[in-house]
Design a protein around this ligand. Structure first.
Ligand code: CMX
Length: 248
């Protein structure tokens, strides 16, 4: 399933709703972001699936009309996707009615589009492509590749030198390397270490391989997670690793 990126709530008074969220859910106050073309101001709370507060900043905006017609409350839910264009085409071909011809700019530099609620059980559904995506090549890590691509944050590194996730060979020409569940054969090879950030990721019951590698490559980061946490925690670890490299 596509990840649920955020849930939007429309309100007349963003600060009053923020105050309520702080009391209810122990949120930390957030700075507002204006999206002028849509006449709306938003604030986001939390991590993972976030809450978004929407306020109108223009009396003729869609949110102002929505509030007039329906009052405050749940406004939309948003799924995160890797490519707005390809999902828009897929959904249009499947018979849904996008509310814009092309994706438009959302908060945080995202590219977003909405579907007409008459096709979606009366609920306004947004699809959003994050601005910060990572070009990644996966080699012999099919399961992790599927998991990472489904986050919406990874795109193929075909046109560009990107990050590499591998359990086998190590390319010399890349931005970073994640060695994921390396085999014993791989650990015995004396591979030339590329001069880029390296992360060694292992499942705990095979961690002796990881420690072997880590002894050879002392500058690498080491992450050992039990199998049960590979799906839940490893994606965030990898996204943080790539973000730290690209934000340097
Ligand atoms: N829930 C359910 N139905 C909704 C709805 C909502 N929140 N908002 C609109 N609709 C319905 C309308 O009643 C209308 O139904 P009918 O055709 O039966 O009359 C239909 O959806 C189309 O709505 P519209 O306002 O007439 O159509 P527009 O193309 O002018 O605008 C939309 C559509 C969704 C983009 C706009 O209404 C809107 O809400 N814009 C705000 C976008 C927004 O949230 N921006 C911040 C995004 C930040 C981010 O998440 O990154």
């Amino acid at each position: 399933m596509l990840p649920l990126d955020h849930i939007g709530i429309a309100t007349h008074d963003g600060l009053a709703l923020e105050d309520l969220l702080c009391k209810l859910a122990q949120c930390t106050p957030a700075l507002p972001e204006k999206i002028d073309p849509q006449g709306v101001q938003v604030r986001f709370y939390g991590s993972g699936t976030r809450l978004e507060i929407l306020e109108s900043i223009d009396i003729s905006s869609a949110v102002a009309l929505y509030l007039q017609k329906r009052g405050e409350g749940l406004h939309h839910i948003a799924f995160r996707i890797a490519s707005a264009e390809s999902q828009l085409n897929r959904l249009r071909a499947a018979g849904f009615t996008p509310l814009t011809e092309n994706p438009v700019q959302g908060a945080d530099g995202k590219r977003i589009f909405f579907l007409h609620p008459h096709d979606t059980c009366g609920v306004l559904i947004e699809f959003c492509q994050p601005m910060n995506q990572f070009a990644v090549t996966f080699e012999h890590c099919d399961e992790l590749e599927e998991t990472m691509k489904s986050t919406g944050y990874c795109i193929p590194a075909e046109q560009t030198i990107g990050h590499v996730v591998t359990s086998d060979t190590i390319p010399q020409n890349c931005q970073s390397v994640v060695i994921h569940n390396a085999s014993s054969k791989f650990c015995r090879q004396r591979v030339r270490v590329p001069n880029v950030p390296i992360l060694i990721s292992e499942i705990s019951d095979q961690s002796s391989f990881a420690y072997e590698l880590f002894k050879q490559w002392t500058t690498a980061h080491l992450v050992i997670l039990p199998e049960s946490a590979q799906q839940t925690s490893l994606p965030a670890v990898l996204l943080d690793f790539w973000a730290s490299i690209e934000n340097e």
